[in-house]
Design a protein around this ligand. Structure first.
Ligand code: OMP
Length: 289
């Protein structure tokens, strides 16, 4: 088994800064790069991003949908790119947003196994079949040293329609956060009372948990209690969706283990590898400032 994902993420962030760059080869972006919307264009795009950034950013986050739409040849492109990205030192977070009943969730969790053709360090998952439905993937993550990021309070404008709904006095998003907090506490199982808060600051450090939440950088205000999460917060919505580094500070303060993720704002700088690096470095510098 690899070292736990939370530990590996903390090491990567310490060495490279917290930036995650999303690899989202959507058709207008392929066209803007002068590439065809087919597996060949997809491979050129993906290889360029991996070659430019896998040696310098902490996390790369390929969006599975953009590979699946090209069928088996698209998945082959991704398998090759993921292996090269990991070999170059980047952690790979597969943006799959999967969630299903136990036996199927078990199969989705296989992305975290080293023998999977598309083996990754972590994946995004959706909790809307109930937090307990994700347990098989939690078990696999624990066995294999993988990580999960659970959708809690997403960056899209109508996210609150469901995520603000109240369940026993807590919002659905808060139930998700509290569940993930429990996963980061060994020995806790779904249904038990919540464990005592052990790491109020939730800082990245040796004790950082491998289970994170997704909370958009586009929120008008922080409407979640994230104290004691003891795991990372993936924060999408920067750049193209309007979020800024100032929004990150306003929403999360400076003590939380935030992994800001940017796709289009960096990718638009391509295909020149140097320009891609400059765009990513600009975010890294602003995050450090
Ligand atoms: O899980 C995600 O990464 C994600 C969660 C969320 O709340 N909002 C969100 O935009 N994303 C992903 O982030 C990527 C878009 O990033 P931008 O191009 O930077 O806006 C897409 O792959 C989305 O699926």
């Amino acid at each position: 088994m690899s070292a736990p994902f939370g530990r590996r993420l903390a090491d990567a962030v310490a060495a490279r800064g917290p930036l995650c760059v999303g690899i989202d080869p959507h058709p207008p972006l392929l066209a803007a790069w002068g590439l065809t919307d087919d597996p060949d264009g997809l491979a050129r795009f993906t290889d360029a991003v991996v070659d430019a950034l896998a040696g310098s950013v902490a996390v790369l986050k390929p969006q599975l949908a953009f590979y699946e739409r090209h069928g088996s040849r698209g998945l082959a492109v991704l398998e090759d790119a993921v292996a090269r990205a990991r070999a170059a030192g980047a952690l790979v977070l597969l943006d799959a947003k999967r969630g299903d009943i136990g036996s199927t969730m078990d199969a989705y969790g296989d992305y975290l196994r080293p023998e999977h053709p598309l083996s990754v360090d972590a994946m995004t998952v959706s909790p809307y079949l109930g937090p307990g439905s994700l347990q098989p993937a939690v078990d696999t993550a624990r066995q294999q040293g993988g990580g999960l990021f659970v959708l809690a309070r997403t960056s899209n404008p109508d996210a609150g329609t469901l995520q603000h709904a109240l369940v026993g006095g807590r919002s659905v998003a808060q139930v998700v956060v509290d569940t993930v907090r429990g996963w980061n506490t060994p020995g806790w199982v779904i249904g038990d009372p919540l464990p005592a808060v052990r790491d109020v600051a939730g800082r990245l450090g040796p004790a950082t948990g491998s289970f994170g939440v997704v909370v958009g950088a586009t929120l008008r205000e922080m409407d979640l209690d994230l104290d004691g999460l003891s795991g990372p917060i993936l924060a999408p919505g920067l750049g193209a969706q309007g979020g800024s580094v100032a929004d990150l500070r306003r929403l999360f303060g400076s003590d939380r283990a935030v992994v800001p993720t940017v796709s289009r704002d960096v990718l638009a700088a391509g295909p020149d590898p140097a320009a891609l690096r400059v765009a990513a470095d600009r975010w890294t510098a602003e995050l450090a400032g």
